[in-house]
Write a protein that binds this ligand. Sequence first.
Ligand code: IDP
Ligand code: MG
Length: 139
Amino acid sequence: MATNRTFTMLKPDAVEKGHIGAILEKISASGFRIVAMKLTQMTVADAETFYAIHKERPFFPDLVQYMTRGPIVAAILEKDNAVEDFRTLIGATNPEDAAEGTIRKLYAESISENAVHGSDSDENAAIEGAFHFSGREKF
Ligand code: IDP
Ligand code: MG
C-alpha cells in the first residue's frame, strides 16, 4: 500500500560536522512536513537490527561502528510520493555518483559516511519509523 511518509536519519558524520540545520532547511524547502523528530543515539544492537539486511556484507561491522559512534537525528517526513522524492533529494549512496544539489553531493564524505538515510520503500518507511518512534511521538 502506498503511503505519503518516509523515514530519515541525519547520520553521525552530518551531526558531527554541524550540518543539522542546513539539511533540515533543505528538507523543509523541498516540501516535506516533519511528522516526528529527535536527536538520539543508536546502540550496537539497534544498528544491527536496523541494518540487518546488510549483515552479510563486508562493510557491515564498519557500518554499525559508524552509525553508533555519535548522535543522529531521526525523523518521519510526510509529502506526496515521499519515499521516491526523498531518495531523489538525498542522491546516490556514493556521493561521487550523486546529482548536483543533492544532500549527499553537498554534505557526504564517502560511500560509507554519506550523511543521510532515506527509506527505500513504503513498507520499510513504516518499519523504520516504528523502530524509532512511538505513536505518541508522531504528529
Ligand atoms: P542507501 O543508504 O543509499 O539505501 P544501502 O545500500 O541501503 O544504501 O546501504 C546502507 C548504508 O550502508 C549506506 O548508506 C552506507 O552508509 C553503507 N554502505 C553501502 N554500501 C557501502 C559500501 O560499498 N561500502 C561501505 N559502506 C557502504
Ligand atoms: Mg538502503
